[in-house]
Design a protein around this ligand. Structure first.
Ligand SMILES: [Zn+2]
Length: 480
């Protein structure tokens, strides 16, 4: 296998999150009752005419710009003809020889090196409906849901410059991040708003015969499916057998790819220009306006976080993974201008709590985070207590001051009451005291720990340490 080079090209389909469908006013909400978001246009009744959704075009142009592609002033929609039960029109409005955008690239990081993966084209088409295969009593039946039919679907085709499953994984990760920053799709693979097919071939000096793999429904499956297919092709080549050009189906349970059908050629689809839509003319002014409104993209933001906030690249990577977190971080830093401290807090428990909630909607106002960090800085809250407060903030939405009052969480900095507690700790832990007298300095740590425990973590740790030492010396003289 070592003697073969792997060539992978990815075709990524992205359902755009427009309010209405591509050519009609039907809603696009995911999970609605089957066939409740349909009309004569998306069901392909005779005599209907499509009207283009401008937002879908804007989203596509924005993506193409973010991928460094060239926006073609003139492009055209084409009919791709094929029969399938979830395609009531028997053709799909797509783009063929004249896509909206061509060329471009994505930078990926692989083994600490930046690698450019070329983009071949970005085009726009409509999605098909969905087949639902019955289970149990309905096992003999298949059902058609046309709610998805006609949702704008952007296709991004990479050049076959991806050379390993890990690179494919990284490419898709970076691409998804860009799309999410742009806000053009939720890119949810489980709900099918991000789908990825792979063309894959092995070759020595040049690419061999390729197969197309479908049905890899998560990032993990993409990596697994590609690994399995590479191995399958390598085994065949080793035996001197030929690779058949075909479409193969990834079965995640069996961890195998299966032949679905011979790979169609473009001419099988009898493409011809869509007669119901005029050729598309995208003038430079429009493109420029969209360009001017692009948000700051993840790579740029990552670099800026390192320079502007002097953050380590690890922090910058975690914080810029999603636009929401990056925005949130910056809002916190404006109120509490110690970037590294804010970063530590957000990357720690904060991220864990967000993941628990399962949504990126952050309920705590940045001002509350700033307040919390101020208390930590002043020493009124220990780190442990602050973590506790943050957790309560997440769950209850209450403010820092209110929680501290309710829970009486202020650190005990009152010497007198702490001294009393320290004395008790020493009395109750004679063994540790004995150890200390024998010169085991570790024993102090244990006693301080006991004091922290006694005060439910509320003792100021430095003071606790001081007082235990002081008490021991008072009682038993200088330590050994
Ligand atoms: Zn419709």
């Amino acid at each position: 296998m070592d003697s073969y080079k792997v060539y992978i090209g990815l075709e990524v389909h992205v359902e755009l999150s427009t309010q209405s469908k591509f050519f009609c006013g039907c809603k696009t909400k995911f999970g609605a009752t089957p066939n409740t978001q349909v009309c004569p246009v998306c069901l392909g009744f005779p005599g209907v005419l499509p009207v283009i959704n401008k937002k879908a075009l804007e989203y596509t142009i924005a993506c193409a710009l973010a991928l460094n592609s060239k926006i073609n002033e003139n492009s055209r929609f084409a009919r791709k003809n094929y029969y399938y039960p979830d395609l009531p029109k028997n053709f799909q409005i797509s783009q063929y020889e004249e896509p909206i955008a061509t060329g471009g690239w994505i930078d990926i990081e692989i083994n600490g090196q930046t690698k450019k993966i070329g983009i071949e084209r970005v085009h726009l088409e409509e999605d098909a409906g969905k087949l639902i295969h019955g289970e149990g009593e309905d096992a003999e039946w298949s059902f058609v849901d046309c709610n998805r039919a006609g949702i704008p679907l952007m296709e991004i085709v990479s050049c076959p410059e991806i050379n390993s499953p890990d690179e494919a994984y990284e490419y898709l990760t970076i691409l998804r991040r860009i799309l999410r920053y742009l806000g053009v799709s939720d890119c949810n693979m489980e709900e099918g708003s991000l789908r990825c097919d792979a063309n894959i071939s092995l070759g020595k000096a040049e690419m061999g015969t390729k197969t197309e793999i479908k049905n890899m429904n998560s990032f993990k499956e993409l990596r697994e499916g590609l690994k399995v297919e590479i191995q399958r092709q390598a085994n065949l080549l080793k035996k001197g057998e030929k690779i058949i050009q075909e479409t193969r189906f990834w079965d995640a349970k069996k961890k195998k790819t299966f032949s679905m059908r011979g790979k169609e050629e473009a001419h099988d689809y009898r493409y011809f220009p869509e007669p119901d839509l005029l050729p598309l003319y995208i003038d430079d002014n429009w493109t420029e306006r969209i360009k001017a409104n692009l948000p700051e993209l993840p790579q740029h933001r990552f670099d800026r976080f390192i320079h502007e906030y002097k953050l380590p690249s690890y922090d910058a990577g975690v914080l810029t993974e999603s636009r929401e977190i990056a925005d949130y971080f910056e809002r916190c830093v404006r109120l509490f201008p110690k970037p590294k401290m804010v970063s530590n807090w957000i990357m720690g428990d904060f991220m864990r709590l967000i993941k628990q909630e399962g949504e990126v909607k952050i309920k705590i106002h940045p001002a509350e985070v700033a307040d919390l960090l101020k208390e930590v800085e002043k020493g009124t809250l220990s780190t442990t207590l602050a973590k506790e407060v943050m957790e309560i903030m997440f769950k209850s939405g209450k403010g820092v001051t209110q929680i501290m009052e309710e829970k009486q969480l202020q650190q005990i900095t009152d010497k007198k009451s702490l001294e009393k507690a320290a004395k008790q700790v020493i009395e109750e832990n004679q063994k540790a005291v004995g150890d200390w007298q024998k010169g085991k300095s570790q024993a102090i740590k244990f006693l301080v720990g006991q004091l922290m425990k006694k005060t439910k973590g509320r003792a100021n740790p430095q003071l606790a340490n001081e007082l235990i030492e002081k008490k021991l010396k008072e009682l038993f003289g200088a330590s050994s």
